[in-house]
Design a binder for this molecule. Structure first.
Ligand SMILES: NC(=O)c1ccc[n+]([C@@H]2O[C@H](COP(=O)([O-])OP(=O)(O)OC[C@H]3O[C@@H](n4cnc5c(N)ncnc54)[C@H](OP(=O)(O)O)[C@@H]3O)[C@@H](O)[C@H]2O)c1
Length: 219
């Protein structure tokens, strides 16, 4: 597939490197230092472009910018962007990282969808960048679960495949509104990693029973 990355920082480059290794073609965009971006891209064998060129190029656009610059980044898509799947990797963090800027009655994913009416938005917050950049994404012997929320089932399937290809475990959670609950779960991980000093090799794992295990008894 062709992947356009908006935001060539820790997450954008980590995702790009992993997807290039799986044979995808990547175009990087949106950086304050375009010379640095060009040399990073050359090292990865990725292309470089503007945000609108990356959207034009891509089958899937990855949004990986700080929450505060999401409107600025998405305003650079051009006047008539083509319909694309937009994989939203952002955390709607407050500038001081002390919590989420929005939540529970809307979500970062839904707000991104308002700013990107050209896109089929899928919210799927990847594992911590330090894990994306490490050779081994496992925690113990397990892949980190990543909730995949979006209103278009096909777009969720496509992003789930990419999540698997970066070596995480997608959980198809359903509609984009479910990001209202997935995003605070990601914030919990940020807090455990940095405020509680667990470090960034942490992630979620959801246990799911098999009905064949036997009946459950209600009260
Ligand atoms: N880091 C993590 O572990 C992690 C995990 C999951 C989700 N997230 C979320 O993913 C998103 C990206 O995080 P990150 O850690 O990758 O951030 P980052 O390393 O700071 O990267 C942000 C990218 O956006 C670019 N950028 C920022 N402001 C810009 C502007 N005004 N104009 C042009 N380019 C600009 C930066 O350019 P420069 O390089 O020139 O500064 C950089 O390439 C955030 O929403 C974050 O909450 C992060």
């Amino acid at each position: 597939m062709r992947i356009g990355i908006i935001g060539a920082g820790n997450v954008g480059i980590g995702v790009a490197r992993r997807l290039i290794a799986k044979g995808h073609a990547v175009m990087l965009s949106f950086c304050l230092d375009m010379d640095r971006l060009a040399s990073t891209a050359a090292g990865l064998r990725a292309r470089v472009g503007t945000v609108s060129e990356a959207v034009e190029f891509a089958d899937v656009v990855v949004l990986a910018v700080p929450w505060g610059v999401v409107p600025e980044a998405l305003s650079q898509v051009g006047t008539e962007p083509p319909q694309r799947i937009l994989w939203d990797c952002t955390n709607a963090l407050k500038p001081d990282l002390s919590g989420l800027a929005i939540g529970t009655e809307t979500s970062g994913g839904e707000e991104v969808a308002k700013l990107a009416p050209w896109a089929s938005v899928v919210k799927a917050i990847p594992p911590f960048a330090q894990m994306l950049h490490s050779p081994n994404m496992l925690i113990g012997d397990k892949r980190t679960d990543v909730f995949v929320c979006g209103d278009d089932e096909n777009a969720r399937t496509v992003v789930s495949r990419l999540v698997r290809e970066i070596d995480a475990q997608p959980i198809d959670a359903g509609p984009l509104s479910l990001a209202r609950y997935a995003e605070p779960a990601a914030m919990l991980l940020v807090t455990l990693a940095y405020a509680r000093n667990w470090g960034p090799r942490i992630g979620m794992s959801v246990l799911r029973g098999d009905p064949a295990q036997g009946p459950l008894h209600g009260v």
